[in-house]
Structures are given as C-alpha cells and as structure tokens.
Ligand binder design. Structure first.
Ligand SMILES: Cc1cc2nc3c(=O)[nH]c(=O)nc-3n(C[C@H](O)[C@H](O)[C@H](O)COP(=O)(O)OP(=O)(O)OC[C@H]3O[C@@H](n4cnc5c(N)ncnc54)[C@H](O)[C@@H]3O)c2cc1C
Length: 381
C-alpha cells in the first residue's frame, strides 16, 4: 500500500476529516487528526444535516457505522414547512407523512460523536490549532498555536471554509456570492421562543420574502438553529459596525433588516440564551484546478466552500473522504502524487457541478418570487 508506514496528518476534525480518519484507519494507516477545539466536549454548533444516499450515507456505510447512525438519526427532523414573510404556511410536510426518511437527518453533535467514538482515543490531537508548516525531508513540519509541532509525510487539509492549509496548495481566491448569513443557535427554544418552537414542530422552517431568507431547524437538544440570508456588500460585516458579540446590537439589526416581515419572527432575537456568527458566503471558481502535489491535498469546505442553500456541504466533504481514502489505498497507483491527482480530478468535477447547482438555488431563494419558485419545485418533486 502506498501509504504503508507513512504518517498522515489530517488537519480539522469536522465531518470530512473524521470520516477520512476512520476510513484510513480501517485500512491500517497511521493517522492523526489535529483539531483546534480544546477537547471533545466542546459544543458543536450548526444546523441539523441530511445525509444523501450516494455521498454522506455512503461514507457512513463504508465506515461501518450505519447501525449506530440510524440509532442516532432524527426521523422527523426533515419535515419542512415553507412560509412567506407574513407568516402564512404555504407548504407543510407534516400533513403528508413520511418526508425526510429517504434523506435521514442527524444533528452535528451526534454525528461528530459517532465518528470520534469509531477512532482510537489518541487519533485526534485536541487543542492543535494549525498555524503554519514548512517542508521537512519528503514531508511537512506542522506548527500549532499551543507551541507544539508535528511531522507528517502527507498532509490533508480538512480545516473548513477558511482553511489555513489551502494556500500551500494554490492561491485561487474565493468569489463572494452576494449573500451574507447570520447563523445562530437559540437554546431552550420551547421557553425562549415558544411560538416559533411550535411552528418548527421538530422539523425545519424555510421562510422567504423581500429577497431575504430565514431558515430554522429544531435540534435534539431543544435548541433552534437558524440562519438569515441577506443580499449585502462583501464587507458588510465590518462596514455595518455591528458588534456580533453584543446581542442587543444584533437584535436591533434583525429588527431593522427584517422590519417588513411579520413581527412573529422577532421572537427569535430576544433571549440572552443565544449565539451568533456572521458568515459571508463564498464559492470557488467553477473551473478551479491546480497541479497535484506529492504530499498534500484537501477536502470538504477547504477545497470547495459554497453557500448552504442546496444542503450539499457535509455530503460533499464525506464523499471526498471516501474517494480520497479509496485513491490513497488503491494499488493501481504507483505514487502518492498519482493517487492525489486522481482524487482531485474527480473531486473538482463533482464540486463544479454541485457549486453551480448551489449557486442556482442561492439565487432562486433570494429572488423576488422565492416562494413561488420553491412551491413549483416541490410540486415537481
Ligand atoms: C449556516 C450553515 C448551514 C449549513 N447547512 C448545511 C446542511 O444543511 N447540509 C449540508 O450538507 N451542509 C450544510 N452546511 C455546510 C457544512 O457545514 C459544511 O460544508 C461542512 O461542515 C464541511 O465539512 P468539513 O469537514 O469540510 O469542514 P468543517 O465542518 O468546517 O470542519 C472543519 C474543522 O476544522 C477545524 N479547524 C478549522 N481551522 C483549524 C485550524 N487552523 N487548525 C485545526 N483545526 C481547525 C474546525 O474546528 C472544524 O472542526 C451549512 C453551513 C452553514 C454555515
């Protein structure tokens, strides 16, 4: 095997990095995951995820974790309600029965736990915030914020949308999509936003109006995760002057920005038990490509960040993981560079098509007739 006796460093313990670690470990590889979170108890933020048959679920299947996955998935979390900005329910999965089961949903926390529990305790090196690296022999010497360093023969960037490793592979710049998200999590939602909590009904709410969006999902821990989507300038986060650590300022922004929406939505932005982060949405050029390197590659958002409006990000990251694991352990390749080149070729083709699909969806959901277009789409499904 090409990677026999090679030290592999995966930087980033998100769904992509942990899936790759599991798949390579099953093949007997020597893998470490360097993750910046201080330990495994750190609260995992973010919306509920639906895994797709050929990508996310296929990765779980290959990882031998299907049974534990189904023991932790949330059967009704995919049930969707589409509302207009005035609060009228325009489509309601709860009336129909079994929607969501063909794309099972799981919260990010349980997904991370399943993947972590499938690895040996010392595979993930916590509190390892990657800062920089330099060439050493045929490999790399990585340096972390806590002052430690580690050598690896092969480095895999799985450190997400703002990857610090990607610049060692290429200098292709991301393109702003025109949409900035404010992502948040409201804890104890049954108490802090009872009407919206009831409206979401354990599933999801998509609301659209005035070229803006608001997406809510109920999580198994009783919180509501949400994200707003607004058409603003690329530098809005700094230019607006909003201090996102000051909840009152964010509440005031929402009141203004969603001021033409029904007041029912304001319930979301009232409680102190809330967390926010602004995220300008970028994507890479559809024709991005680079010369494969012999000892470094990337997967997931590091390779192909994109807005979340087609629900593909986690699925892509997990498919990257199994395709990369396949290539690195495939006896047909005569060098690691050849294996990396084959992986990157198919990954970039797939990412290009999915990015295009995502951009179409992003535009549709922020158009002046988003509701009409969404309903049309669902009536064809
Ligand atoms: C609001 C929102 C909603 C979304 N909804 C969906 C959805 O419904 N379905 C879907 O499929 N996708 C969704 N996505 C996209 C999805 O979250 C990402 O595509 C996916 O998490 C990418 O996985 P990853 O493993 O590549 O990176 P990440 O999940 O970002 O993981 C990266 C990991 O690297 C670590 N890290 C980062 N920097 C460093 C460093 N310097 N050193 C060490 N560690 C580091 C991080 O702590 C993290 O653990 C959504 C994204 C957002 C923002």
């Amino acid at each position: 095997m090409l990677i026999q006796d090679k030290k592999i460093a995966i930087v980033g313990g998100g769904p992509g990095g942990l899936t790759l670690a599991r798949l390579l470990t099953l093949k007997g590889a020597d893998v470490k995951v360097y993750e910046r979170d201080v330990n495994k108890a750190v609260r995992v933020q973010g919306a509920t995820l639906d895994l797709h048959e050929e990508s996310g679920l296929e990765a779980i299947r290959r990882a031998g974790l299907l049974e534990i996955f189904y023991a932790n998935h949330r059967p009704d979390a995919g049930k969707l309600r589409i509302l207009d900005k005035d609060g009228n329910i325009r489509m309601d999965d709860h009336e129909e029965g079994s929607h969501g089961e063909h794309r099972p949903e799981i919260d990010r926390g349980p997904l991370r736990k399943i993947l972590l529990d499938s690895l040996k305790d010392d595979t993930v090196v916590w509190d390892s915030h990657f800062l920089s690296m330099e060439k050493q022999g045929d490999g790399w010497l990585l340096h972390f914020k806590n002052g430690t360093s580690a050598y690896a023969d092969i480095v895999i960037a799985a450190d997400g949308a703002n990857s610090k490793i990607r610049p060692y592979i290429n200098t292709i710049k991301p393109i702003y999509s025109g949409i900035t998200i404010v992502e948040g999590n409201l804890y104890n939602a049954a108490i802090n936003a009872p009407k919206l909590y009831d409206l979401v009904k354990g599933g999801k709410v998509f609301a659209f109006g005035d070229e803006q969006s608001l997406i809510l999902s109920a999580k198994g821990d009783g919180s509501l995760s949400f994200y707003t989507g607004c058409k603003v300038a690329e530098n809005w986060v700094t230019k607006s002057g909003i201090d996102f650590a000051d909840k009152a300022q964010v509440f005031e922004w929402f009141k203004q920005a969603f001021g033409t929406w029904n007041s029912q939505w304001q319930e979301l932005f009232k409680s102190d038990e809330i967390w926010f982060v602004p995220r300008p949405q970028y994507h890479y050029p559809l024709d991005q490509k680079w010369e494969a390197l012999p000892n470094i590659t990337m997967l997931g958002d590091a390779a192909h960040r994109m807005p979340p409006y087609a629900g593909e990000g986690v699925n892509m990251a997990m498919q990257d993981a199994y395709e990369l694991a396949d290539c690195l352990t495939n006896k047909a390749f005569t060098s690691i560079k050849e294996a990396i080149a084959a992986y990157e070729k198919q990954m970039l083709l797939r990412a290009s098509a999915i990015t295009q699909h995502t951009l179409n969806s992003t535009e549709m959901l922020h158009s002046d007739d988003a509701i009409g277009k969404m309903l049309q789409l669902f009536s064809k499904a």
